[in-house]
Structures are given as C-alpha cells and as structure tokens.
Design a protein around this ligand. Structure first.
Ligand SMILES: Cc1cc2nc3c(=O)[nH]c(=O)nc-3n(C[C@H](O)[C@H](O)[C@H](O)COP(=O)(O)OP(=O)(O)OC[C@H]3O[C@@H](n4cnc5c(N)ncnc54)[C@H](O)[C@@H]3O)c2cc1C
Length: 410
C-alpha cells in the first residue's frame, strides 16, 4: 500500500479545523439523524481508506479493487431501497467526490447506472440472479452507451446493432439470442467489470434496446484508454462487440426506446451535478488551508484581500450549487424533477465548478499544477465532470429548448 507523500500537509489536521466548513449554510442539517450518522461513517472511511492513497492511485492510473469489500460494508447501494432520502444520496456522492473524484465516479457508474438500471428495468429473474452480488460489490458493472463516432448525438446516431435470431439457427445456445455488433467508447469500469449494460439499435425496427452483457462472452474486446488527464484512477475502456451472442433473458424487457434510457440518465445526471458540488467543496478545502498556511511577504496568503475575494467567490459558487441541488433533491422526493431542471442543475453547477477550481489552482501558485498538493488533481478531474452525462453545452441547450420552445441542438 503506498504511503502518503511526506511533507504534504494532512488536510484533516490543520489550522482551519475551527473555521466554518464549506457547507456554509448548513444544508447537511436537513438530513435525518440516521443519515447524518451514516454520512459521518462514510467520512471516516474516506479519511482512513481513500484520502491517504488517492493521489498515488491517480498518478499511477490504477484502480484500487481491494477497497471494494469495505466500500460495500457501508451499505450505500440503492439508497431509496434502504429508506434514505434523495438529499442523502446526493450528499454521499458530493462527499466521496470531495475526497476523490475517481472513486466517486466508480461508485456512480456502478451504483447509479448499473444497479439502479437493474432495479428500474430488470425483470424479476434478472434481479434475483444479479442484484444481490452487484449491490454488495461482489460483481461490478458498467454502462455502455457512448460510441467512438457518437457522443452528444448518440441517441439518433447509435451504430451498435442488435439482431434477434430465432430458434431455427441450430446454435448450441438454442438460438433464442440477440447478436450484437459495434463499438463503445469511454466506458467507465470497462476494463474489469463483470457485466455491462449495452445499448444497441434493433436491426428490425430501429428501436434502442438494452442488454446485460457478461463481459467475458466470446466476441467482447476491451482495451484501456491511456494517457488521460482527468479521472486517472477510473478505468475507461474502448469496447468492441463482434457477433456477441446475448440471451433473450439478458435483454432489458423494460426498455423500449431511448426515452427509457433518458429516464436512467436523468437520475445519474443529478449525481454528476452533485459531483460538481463535491469538486467545489474539495477546491475550497484545499485552497483555504493553503491560504492560511502559506506565507508570502511575511504574512499568510489569507491576509491578502485578493486571496480572500477568490476564496469567498469559491465559497459562494459552492453554496449556490449546493442550494440548487438541495432543491433538486426535494423535487426528486416529490417525483417532480424534470429533465430541463436537471439539465440546468448540471450545466450551472459544472460552470461554477470550472470557475471555482481555476481560482483554487491559482491560489496554490506553482504547487497548484503538481498532483501531490491535491489541487492539480481536483482541477483536472473537473474537466471530466464538465463533459460527461451530457456536456455543459448540451445541457445548456436542453434548458434553452425548454424556455424558448425552439431546439438549437440540431
Ligand atoms: C472520463 C469520462 C468517463 C465517461 N464514462 C462514460 C461511461 O461510463 N459510459 C458512457 O456511455 N459514456 C461515458 N463517457 C462519455 C461521455 O458521456 C461523452 O464524452 C459525452 O457525452 C460527450 O461526447 P463526446 O466526448 O463524444 O463529445 P462530442 O459529442 O464529440 O462533443 C464535442 C464538443 O462539441 C460540443 N457539441 C456537440 N454537439 C453540440 C451541439 N449540438 N451544440 C453545441 N455544442 C455541441 C460538446 O458539448 C463538446 O464540447 C465518459 C466520458 C468521459 C470523458
């Protein structure tokens, strides 16, 4: 296990402990007692098992699979099934992101895309076969939608094909199967996952269908995307499907169109907006600590008005983003958060995040471009949040369409 880098200040033990936290308006107090205790348990886990090692994992682009049993023991999967609120679920993602964005992204892809899809769209048989292992991280999942040639326009442009073949083929599996052909790109957890949810166009009617694909099936090829500047701990993959035979029993019967996929993405997009909150909390934590401790001109950086102004802007951005997400959580609780509201939340929080992490990076000066001091990693990871789950531009245009009645997307 790699040791924490010596000489780097420990963010948990510092002079700023007695100062107000970045949750300046105390949104956390809206949680129930049970939820607050669970969040505290999560914080202790993150401080002990993730924070000391996260930079090393990121530098080496290695995923720490050994943490999965301890992560599972926190029992945070499928929060609604466990009686937790949407606000709690969001604060969990923000809190993990605050310590390490890559681990939060692993968590989000596995739990909010793979496991939640099983809950939402899986058949009873699929649930009883797959859910227990997945919810307890004995198996891991991925969500394969984006393609090499289709990112923002994947709904209309999807090229991966599914062809149903009848029982008359004489194949060893009886022929009651779908044959998948195509390619996916950027698939988080894609190099090591046991299962992936693959979206493909039905050759017969053009509809988008979802399949639970065992990643070890013949014809599945996966290769790691190298040399990333963001989320280096996340293992993103290019995946190809060459005549992959998937049983009809592994098709998501609940998915009949891309609208159903959108339903899933609305939930995970909310979680990505919570990541933008967590990213800002992290940037504020690190920048404030640095400003209080670093001396220039014989006094702490924090004594300079321009530094205070930047810290307060960062705090304002974080609190405004959090306030917006708390309202989204309330709307979710009432079953009312629509796609345009969610798109505004994602575009607004990710724009504020970009400004916040840039200021934080500036406050650290030269050390702000070295991952050892945390801020460079926070700064770089923000770029992935800005782009995935609908880029800033696409989410902005979804809101633009809603408020003008005119689409500027195509
Ligand atoms: C780290 C990471 C992890 C990811 N994980 C997954 C995953 O697990 N599963 C998965 O399926 N996908 C995943 N993705 C893919 C992600 O969802 C896409 O990157 C995203 O949808 C953007 O697609 P693209 O990268 O192909 O960019 P493009 O669609 O090529 O867009 C390029 C630029 O053009 C802009 N643009 C495109 N169309 C318009 C328009 N009409 N008007 C204005 N601007 C436009 C975009 O906003 C962007 O700035 C991941 C991506 C990253 C970076």
């Amino acid at each position: 296990m790699p040791a924490a880098n010596p000489g780097i200040p420990d963010p948990a033990a510092n002079a700023v402990d007695s100062l107000p936290t970045a949750d300046f308006f105390g949104f956390e107090s809206l949680l129930s007692e049970r939820e607050r205790l669970k969040l505290q348990e999560l914080r202790e886990f993150l401080a002990a098992e993730i924070a000391p090692f996260a930079t090393e994992w990121w530098n080496n682009a290695e995923f720490p699979a050994h943490i999965l049993p301890k992560l599972a023991a926190l029992e945070l999967s499928a929060p609604a099934q466990r009686g937790y609120s949407h606000l709690f679920a969001g604060l969990v993602i923000a809190e993990i992101t605050r310590v390490d964005t890559s681990i939060a992204t692993f968590f989000l892809v596995h739990h909010d895309l793979f496991v939640e899809s099983l809950y939402g769209f899986g058949s009873d048989e699929q649930k009883s076969r797959l859910l227990d292992d997945a919810a307890n991280l004995r198996t891991t999942g991925a969500f394969a939608l984006t393609e090499p040639e289709h990112g923002s326009d994947v709904a209309g442009g999807m090229e991966t094909r599914a062809r149903r073949v009848s029982g008359s083929t004489g194949a060893a599996d009886g022929g009651d199967v779908w044959v998948l052909n195509g390619a996916k790109r950027w698939i988080g957890n894609g190099t090591f996952c046991d299962y992936m949810l693959v979206w493909a166009r039905d050759e017969a009617d053009g509809a988008i269908r979802g399949f639970i694909v065992d990643a070890t099936l013949p014809g599945v090829g996966r290769s790691r995307i190298e040399n990333k500047i963001a989320l280096r701990t996340v293992q993103n993959a290019d995946i190809v499907f060459r005549d992959v035979r998937v049983a009809e029993a592994d098709r998501f019967a609940g998915i009949g169109s891309f609208e159903d996929t959108n339903e899933l993405l609305r939930g995970s997009r909310i979680m990505v907006a919570w990541q933008a909150v967590g990213q800002q909390l992290a940037a504020f934590d690190v920048a404030r600590q640095h400003a209080v401790e670093r001396q220039q001109f014989g006094r702490p950086l924090a004594k300079f008005q321009l530094i205070q102004q930047q810290l307060v802007t960062m705090l304002g951005n974080a609190v405004a983003s959090m306030g917006m997400m708390v309202r989204i959580a309330q709307l979710q609780q009432e079953g009312k958060a629509d796609m345009a509201q969610v798109a505004l939340a994602k575009s607004y929080t990710s724009a504020r995040m970009r400004e916040t992490v840039a200021m934080g990076r500036s406050i650290l000066g030269g050390n702000g471009i070295v991952s050892d001091f945390r801020m460079a990693k926070i700064f770089a990871d923000a770029e992935a949040i800005y782009t995935y789950e609908g880029s800033f531009e696409i989410n902005t245009l979804i809101v633009g369409r809603a408020v003008t009645g005119v689409s500027a997307i195509v």
